[in-house]
Ligand binder design. Structure first.
Ligand code: GLN
Length: 513
């Protein structure tokens, strides 16, 4: 029930960001914490392949600076894992690709710079699907990451390495990026919290572009209050990214007590189109039903809503995202960025073709071809233009149920739903190799997540517990998704915290290494 197992906000779990931050502020050694963490990474990472690169010496030096009182802030001493698609001046950014192997950025992404300015310690960068294209990390040129709940299974993707690093206890929080579900889906499959903020909430400066109108940076955390805290540090206007919103960042996001204050009269929408018992694994249906029960017990009002255009989400997304990917990835031409073929055949065209042919993996090539086709003259109107129009219809569905006019902060009481409750994924973690030969079934992983990206609104996956073991599967985590209006993260996170409190402590996967 709502209050029995609730974690009081003034007693954050010791392994949470807030718990660790408070322990360090009370005198615990940040250096010892980082040293122990590096030991765990050394033991478990060879098997799990969560990190692609670890910054051991720099992390220890930064932790020592925290212990000497030279580095402070709301995240002082907290070890955070980055994703291989974020530029960082302390390491390389390969985007999970051969194309950018060894690429050094001369600057750090704004989100990482802000975390460091708040005292956080970037311990390494995590494995991901190549150029964030995938749902399992199996398209990484650096091998797949393994799910710590069952290493025969994928952790999801594209931010799979980040989710694994956190779930396996190899960091206190991790960053991901979400273009169509790449934070929320791996969070659900690994049993952690994953937040995709509103488009424009966190700067994309220093994020290597995948699909620029959809990409958004966000945190993976163990608790909802941790996600709110990380959001508060990273969010806000950035002169280096013209798509960031010049809106104030609510101070309550950094206040765990405010996040845990239940919302009276919360209106939770249940989108009919997302709750199809035939499409969803029984454990996923049960998870949503449990969440409905928790909300009801907390006094929320549950209302069925319709998002009729959501069923066009997958085709719309895969036209628009591949179009944008084909354009963004044109810069890897063997001249300016990335791999250049050692073949010295005949001329520029051959050099470009060889360089791209050698360094891009199959999924990247598939997306470039699909996107180039969608943008080609003759198909541009039928595919790209039409997908843009459907995108607007999908967004309008959300604005109608939230009672919002569009891209503006929600009114205090818009009369519509505060949040929508639905699954994050149709099932639990699938086996390595199970979907690699069937791109369409891989793409269907995103069926419940892409629409929030198309609409530019916020979504979060919150673990509800473990699905019972099956004949060939151990107990595996399940999550549910809450979707909120643009710039409505505060209410979204408070609703998520209500679920988390009703759930009680989330089990951890078996230790590895
Ligand atoms: N799985 C989705 C895709 O392959 C989402 C990727 C992402 O969010 N980066 O496109």
């Amino acid at each position: 029930m709502m209050t029995q197992d609730a974690t009081p906000p003034d007693a954050a779990p010791a392994d949470s960001v807030i718990g660790l931050r408070d322990a360090i502020a009370a005198g615990a050694s940040a250096r010892e914490g980082v040293a122990a963490l590096l030991g765990r990474i050394g033991a478990a990472n060879p098997e799990l392949n969560a990190y692609r690169e670890v910054y051991a010496e720099a992390a220890l030096a930064r932790a020592e600076a925290v212990d000497r009182g030279e580095r402070s802030g709301p995240l002082a001493g907290v070890p955070i894992a980055s994703k291989d698609v974020l530029c960082y001046d302390g390491g390389t950014t390969a985007c999970g690709s051969r194309m950018l192997r060894g690429h050094r950025s001369p600057f750090s992404a704004t989100c990482l710079a802000r975390l460091e300015a708040a005292g956080a310690i970037v311990v390494g960068t995590c494995n991901m699907d190549e150029f964030a294209l995938g749902s399992s990390t199996e398209t990484s040129a650096y091998g797949p990451s393994l799910n710590p709940w069952d290493t025969a299974r994928v952790p999801g993707g594209s931010s799979g390495g980040s989710a694994v690093a956190l779930a396996a206890g190899l960091c206190s929080a991790a960053l991901g990026t979400d273009t169509g579900g790449s934070i929320r889906q791996p969070a659900a499959l690994c049993g952690v919290v994953g937040l995709k903020p509103t488009y424009g909430r966190i700067s994309r400066h220093g994020l290597v572009a995948c699909a620029s109108s959809l990409d958004q940076v966000g945190p993976f955390t163990r608790t909802v209050a941790d996600a709110a805290l990380l959001l508060s540090v990273m969010a806000g206007d950035d002169p280096l990214d013209a798509t960031t919103a010049p809106l104030p960042v609510e101070p309550e996001l950094a206040d765990a007590e405010a996040i845990h204050r239940p919302i009276r009269g919360l209106r939770v929408g249940l989108p009919r189109q997302y709750l199809d018992a035939e499409a969803n694994h029984p454990a996923v249906q049960r998870a949503v039903e449990r969440a409905m029960g928790w909300f009801r017990d907390a006094g929320a009002e549950l209302v069925e809503v319709d998002l009729p255009h959501s069923r066009f989400g997958i085709p719309t997304y895969y036209v628009l995202m591949t179009a944008e990917v084909s354009s963004n990835l044109a810069r890897y031409d063997g001249v300016h960025f990335g791999h250049r073929s050692p073949e010295r055949t005949s001329g520029l065209d051959a050099m470009t073709r060889d360089s791209r042919g050698e360094a891009f993996g199959d999924e990247v090539k598939r997306r470039i071809m699909l996107g180039t086709y969608a943008l080609s003259s003759g198909y541009h109107d039928a595919l790209y233009e039409r997908a843009l129009r459907v995108r607007r219809l999908i967004a309008n569905d959300f604005h109608r149920v939230f009672g919002t006019g569009g891209f503006e902060p929600p009114a205090a009481s818009g009369g519509g739903c505060d949040v929508l409750l639905c699954p994050t994924t149709t099932g639990t973690a699938f086996k390595l190799g199970e979907k690699t030969d069937d791109p369409l079934s891989m793409y269907l992983n995103d069926i419940y997540t892409v629409n929030a990206n198309l609409a530019g609104i916020a979504g979060i996956s919150v673990p509800t517990g473990l699905a019972p073991a099956e004949e060939d599967a151990p107990e595996l985590p399940v999550g549910v998704q809450l979707i909120g209006p643009a710039f409505g993260e505060l209410r979204l996170l408070r609703a998520a915290a209500m679920l988390e409190a009703a759930r009680g402590p989330m089990p951890r996967p078996p230790a590895r290494g």
